[in-house]
Design a protein around this ligand. Structure first.
Ligand code: DC
Length: 230
């Protein structure tokens, strides 16, 4: 049997990373992990426990103390055929995708003790290989030795339109300008933080999918996978 490799898919917010990473994992029989969902779980936990105040300020000392209580896991949803995110055993798939969580997640993901805890959980999930993980620092910090690294990007407006359409399709209230400014602000914080900032790994293959359909990008990714493993 062929050795199962580790695949890192990094890139900007809402560029379709998770869609392509999920589809690839399903096509090749690998595990898929959405590392952004893990940072969203930390944010939800902080919001639920009074660690983030209404003005967005974070009680870092309390957060650090309670960090060991946060366990994130994923379980396949038989109806959707996709993995759902669980925070301490409770399905939070819907709760972590709200605009409110999106508005607070980047400052949370910039905290070194949050990154250390999530990176350790991610590395434990990928110990055996056979994993596709998407995020911002997977190819640079979590799995710097990953056999295949992809860096995805697309224009700001196209990414905002995709996020907006996703929220509307889920029946959530959305304002395009708010979605666009949230996305730009997250990119700014994610790219300028001190620990594991969003950046392209030197050995990553770059994909600008601004003008690609989902089947086209899936085909491209599968071709890259076969190139790497043949
Ligand atoms: O991919 P997403 O939008 O669900 O990610 C949510 C936030 O988490 C995003 O603002 C950046 C952060 N993140 C990160 O810092 N490192 C990762 N590996 C994945 C996400």
């Amino acid at each position: 049997m062929k050795k199962k490799i580790t695949i890192a898919v990094d890139g900007h917010s809402s560029c379709g990373k998770s869609t392509m990473a999920k589809d690839l994992a399903r096509a090749i029989g690998y595990i898929y992990v959405d590392s952004g969902a893990m940072y969203r779980c930390c944010t939800l936990f902080a919001m639920q426990n009074g660690i983030i105040a209404a003005d967005g300020s974070i009680n870092e000392e309390e957060f650090k103390r309670r960090m060991p209580e946060i366990q994130v896991s994923f379980k396949l949803n038989e109806d959707t055929g996709r993995p759902d995110t669980y925070l301490n055993g409770v399905c939070v798939e819907k709760d972590i995708r709200t605009m409110e969580v999106s508005a607070h997640v980047s400052p949370v993901a910039a905290l070194p003790f949050v990154r250390a805890a999530m990176t350790a959980q991610q590395q434990a999930m990928g110990r055996e290989g056979g994993i596709v993980m998407d995020g911002r620092d997977i190819g640079t910090a979590v799995f710097p030795d990953a056999e295949m690294k992809v860096f995805v990007t697309a224009s700001d407006e196209i990414r905002a339109q995709r996020r907006y359409d996703e929220l509307v399709a889920k029946g959530q209230q959305a304002d395009f300008d708010e979605v666009l400014s949230n996305l730009r602000e997250r990119d700014r914080i994610d790219s300028t933080r001190e620990v594991a900032p969003l950046r392209q790994a030197d050995d990553a293959i770059v994909l600008d999918n601004s003008h690609m359909t989902i089947p086209e990008q899936n085909q491209w990714l599968l071709k890259q996978f076969h190139k790497k493993t043949e």
